[in-house]
Design a protein around this ligand. Structure first.
Ligand SMILES: [Zn+2]
Ligand SMILES: [Zn+2]
Length: 388
């Protein structure tokens, strides 16, 4: 099978590898869609994500597909089932698992981080990690259940009530999910700080009450003008030290500040304890998706709660490595490309190679992105129809 293997910093290659063996309690999934998470990009850059990755490893922890084989002990799935996967496999018997805090499991297996994941044609996972997709759910939507589940854990910690005013910083994929979940959690108003115009437009479509360009507008002034006060929750989704500090500054008295964005491991930001004291702030964070996968899956079902305009960027696995530098070159997730399977005029890698930072990274041959699209924030890759 083809798989995109992480061999080390800035080294991700598509190679042939054996189809995984299926243990008695596992199912074999033909992967149809797999999201490219910010964590994957951090790992690609040589940083640690939620767990330490030891190369060589097939990355990809946001995926869906079709069951093509079942282990002899598996009774709840059959060949042909369309499924998505919770990549965080907890042991169930360590101190944290027994205490209901399985996301801190001392024996955690991370599918796509500590063990091989979804950037491959096939992946074997334990059946207990698998969720069947509802009819009408696309594979891309199924793959997005995991990031939605992570956001749900964060939202649960934000203490949002019907009168809340929520400020989301960063309108990438995660910020846009948070915006929607904050509304679903009952927030009275939600505002977004986002410099990219297309993302602000998308946020507006998704129900944002106020969108501000933090690079060209005076944010406190604009919030005041619009009567967006008090701000009871600030959700930082950019993962930058500057916006973390901004989150603390903009929070009103008694507010919860959720530092959701993933920073580099050694990043720091200046925090004035006096501000925390004076406003009696609660500063918190959120780690992966403990016990929220079922709800994340439900939220990803068509016609239900969160919407998915974000998961339209598609790469074939053969061009997957090029997607990493794409997400690394300056404008990050605001760069959004679509890879189609039609024979429309392909741009060759020349277009991407003009972008900052790409030239020194490994590129694979192959035609590339056909259409630049508008407001996208999330990448996914898809495979062809499964071979049973
Ligand atoms: Zn992720
Ligand atoms: Zn455990």
């Amino acid at each position: 099978m083809k798989s995109a293997v992480f061999f080390g910093k800035h080294d991700l290659r598509v190679v042939d590898s054996p189809v995984p063996h299926v243990a008695a309690d596992e199912v074999l999934i033909h992967v149809m869609a797999c999201g490219v998470c910010g964590t994957d990009v951090h790992i690609f850059q040589g940083d640690e994500g939620a767990a330490k990755t030891t190369p060589p490893t097939i990355l990809g922890h946001e995926f869906s597909g079709v069951v093509t084989r079942v282990g002899e002990q598996v009774t709840e799935f059959k060949v042909g089932d369309r499924v998505c996967v919770d990549p965080n496999d907890m042991c169930g018997h360590c101190y944290y698992c027994r205490g209901g805090q399985g996301h801190f499991c001392q024996n955690m297996v991370g599918i796509g981080t500590t063990v091989n994941g979804g950037f491959a044609q096939y992946v074997a996972v334990r059946a207990k990690q698998v969720y069947r997709l509802a009819g009408g759910t696309t594979f891309a939507q199924g793959a997005m259940s995991e990031p939605v589940a992570c956001c749900l854990h964060g939202i649960d910690l934000c203490r949002i009530v019907p009168s809340s005013r929520v400020l989301v910083i960063g309108g990438g994929m995660i910020g846009l999910i948070m915006l929607q979940l904050a509304k679903l959690a009952g927030a009275h108003q939600v505002a977004l700080l986002e410099p990219v115009e297309q993302k602000r437009a998308m946020a507006q479509q998704l129900g944002a009450d106020l969108c501000i360009d933090p690079l060209h507008e005076n944010v406190p002034e604009r919030l005041r003008q619009e009567g967006f006060f008090p701000i009871s929750t600030v959700i930082e989704c950019a993962g930058l030290p500057g916006t973390m500090a901004q989150a603390v500054e903009l929070a009103s008295n008694k507010a919860t500040v959720m530092l959701f964005g993933l920073t580099k491991p050694d990043d720091t930001f200046p925090l004035k304890p006096f501000t925390v004291f004076q406003k009696e702030l609660t500063i918190t964070a959120s780690f992966i998706n403990p016990y929220t996968m079922q709800r994340g899956w439900t939220s990803s079902t068509p016609g239900k709660s969160t919407s998915h305009p974000w998961c339209a960027t598609q790469y074939r696995w053969t061009t997957l490595p090029t997607c990493y530098p794409t997400r690394l070159c300056g404008r990050g997730a605001s760069i959004w490309w679509t890879r189609t399977y039609s024979r429309r005029r392909p741009h060759r890698t020349s277009k991407i190679s003009r972008m900052k930072g790409v030239s020194q990274l490994r590129r694979l041959p192959g035609d590339f992105f056909v259409r630049r699209a508008h407001a996208a924030v999330k990448t996914a890759y898809t495979d062809t129809a499964p071979v049973a």
